[in-house]
Design a protein around this ligand. Structure first.
Ligand SMILES: Cc1cc2nc3c(=O)[nH]c(=O)nc-3n(C[C@H](O)[C@H](O)[C@H](O)COP(=O)(O)OP(=O)(O)OC[C@H]3O[C@@H](n4cnc5c(N)ncnc54)[C@H](O)[C@@H]3O)c2cc1C
Length: 416
């Protein structure tokens, strides 16, 4: 991987992007392709590090957004199966006819996107923390940047795109509604070796309130016997929950009996659905800071990239027309809503449904799914991101319709 050339000087940009994560870099790439002079400020010294993400992504979605195939050193593994376990260890598996997802090395993926953006003309300034927005007459006009050596500088631009991730500190300064605190779960992910009894091409998903209340645990194997193991939790200490999962869960404890933790990281995931308004005068919010993350799985890369592309197009038009008013920039919101709001609504309901199930009901659900043949009905699925549209297609199959009626009854019995 070629190292990213670091810029130390900032020419006056047309657009500033805050954050050099995948969403910030992809916004910069798309802006630069439109000929917009773009500067990205990233507070860390290396793009992609520290990494906090499993990097489990749909191949179809990557292809649709023009990023697949990827260089092989970024792709750690590909998957055509998933095994789901209840807290008691009841298993429900889906095996598909070909790989539908990949696990990416997130640091390398982020660096790949940043490199592409830089080649397209974007400037990246590392070790540069954006402390605040410069706001004049209610409109965002630039940012205040603090570099490691302590210098602080005001940098002006025509538009600021906020891609700062889940912390969403700058968003608050614009007066836009911040992320819902009750929509956050707290994640831990470890790199482990010596994993046993896992299929090479299957991801493992562990449910159970004792391990991951409000979410689930996962194991994503690599080809060399190592894996990414993690979970997220709405309450409790993620580190202790991970220890419990690795030692007490009836299935995970066997698979991880000899595992050694090589590295570990912590980060929040936002599951509350997109913020109601992600634009204001001279300002757009994109990615995790706008909660453009799937409420079911916590996957935020693909939806973040899709919204980044829309943000860049609208920002590019605003620059061409010289109109940075919120009434013009709201087109960004409309485009994202048109593309994603149906799926977000369905996934928020699915999240509520999953949260409402007791351990016993979840266990029963896995057994009923197996009996109904839901695994066979899903064998040709290649879409995992647009879960609303997936459900619409699925109900055309009698098995899936029966399963959905059953899920509906389960939900009603859990929420009388
Ligand atoms: C444990 C875990 C596992 C996950 N697994 C998956 C998965 O398998 N698949 C998936 O699709 N999603 C996954 N996600 C979610 C995914 O990581 C995020 O949705 C994705 O990283 C969002 O990208 P982003 O660019 O919006 O934010 P980030 O990746 O968080 O990037 C934000 C960047 O902004 C920088 N920054 C922040 N504030 C400032 C500032 N003030 N000044 C300058 N720079 C700043 C940060 O340093 C960072 O580089 C996971 C998340 C977690 C926590």
């Amino acid at each position: 991987m070629v190292a990213l050339k670091v810029q130390n000087t900032v020419n006056t940009p047309d657009a500033i992007v805050v954050g050099g994560g995948p969403v910030g870099a992809f916004t910069a790439l798309n802006l630069s392709r439109l000929g917009v002079k773009t500067t990205v400020f990233e507070e860390h010294s290396t793009i992609g590090l520290p990494s906090h993400c499993a990097g489990h992504i749909s191949i179809r979605s990557l292809r649709n957004i023009g990023l697949y195939p990827l260089p092989k050193e970024i792709v750690e593994n590909s998957f055509c199966a998933a095994n789901f376990y209840s807290a008691k260890g009841t298993k429900f598996s889906i095996h598909l006819s070909c790989p539908v997802t990949v696990a990416l090395n997130r640091a390398r993926f982020d660096q790949f996107l940043a490199k592409k953006a830089q080649e397209a003309g974007a400037e990246f300034v590392l070790n540069a923390h954006v402390g605040s927005l410069l706001v004049k007459d209610g409109s965002v006009k630039g940012v205040t940047v603090k570099q490691v050596e302590g210098t602080e500088e005001n940098i002006y631009s025509k538009i600021v795109v906020d891609a700062e991730g889940v912390s969403s500190r700058l968003l608050r300064q614009t007066g836009l509604k911040p992320l819902k605190p009750n929509g956050l779960v707290y994640a831990v992910e470890a790199e482990v070796d010596n994993v046993e009894e896992v299929e090479d091409q299957a991801v493992e998903v562990y449910f159970g309130k004792a391990y991951a209340p409000g979410f689930y645990g996962w194991l994503i194997p690599k080809k060399d016997g190592s894996a990414k193991v993690g979970l997220a939790t709405s309450h409790g200490n993620p580190r202790e929950n991970l220890k419990r999962l690795m030692t007490k869960h009836p299935v995970a404890s066997k698979q991880l009996a000899k595992a050694q933790i090589k590295s570990i990281g912590y980060h929040a995931i936002t599951l509350g659905g997109p913020i109601v308004r992600a634009y204001s005068d001279g300002f757009l919010a994109v990615g995790d800071c706008a909660s453009q993350v799937k409420p079911t799985t916590g996957g935020g890369v693909i939806f973040g990239l899709i919204c980044a592309r829309e943000a860049a197009e609208v920002a590019g038009q605003a620059i061409n027309l010289g109109d940075f008013s919120s009434s013009f920039l709201k087109d960004y919101q409309k485009r994202c809503d048109d593309l994603l709001s149906f799926d977000f609504r369905v996934m928020l309901r699915l999240r509520r449904f999953l949260d409402s199930l007791s351990e016993e009901k979840l266990d029963e659900m896995f057994r009923v799914c197996r009996k109904l043949g839901v695994d066979r009905a899903l064998a040709n699925v290649d879409e995992i991101d647009f879960q609303g549209k997936l459900l619409l297609t699925a109900v055309r199959k009698p098995t899936m319709l029966a399963a959905l009626v059953y899920f509906g009854l389960l939900y009603l019995s859990a929420n009388p």
